[in-house]
Design a protein around this ligand. Structure first.
Ligand SMILES: [Zn+2]
Length: 83
């Protein structure tokens, strides 16, 4: 079972970079991503995307958007808090 690391910031639950104090900009990097998109061809020959799936086979990293510090341990919390 994976333990979710809850950040201790002000206000409670906000992620703050431990290196530069940034709490606004974050980057998520996914390795080895397979993107599949289904298209429908229309009568005029143009295509309309119908559905797409993204599968991640590699590692997912979560970094500070300012200094690039590795904050992957907060990634589970980030997923819970992104709407
Ligand atoms: Zn930082």
């Amino acid at each position: 079972m994976k333990k979710v690391h809850v950040p201790t910031g002000e206000p409670a639950g906000r992620i703050v970079c431990h290196q530069c104090g940034n709490s606004k900009h974050f980057v998520e990097i996914a390795e080895n991503v397979l993107m599949t998109t289904h298209y429908q061809q229309n009568s005029d020959g143009s295509f309309t995307p119908e559905d797409h799936t993204t599968e991640i086979f590699g590692e997912v990293k979560f970094l500070c958007g300012k200094c690039g510090a590795d904050m992957t341990r907060f990634h589970a919390h980030f997923l819970e808090m992104s709407f």
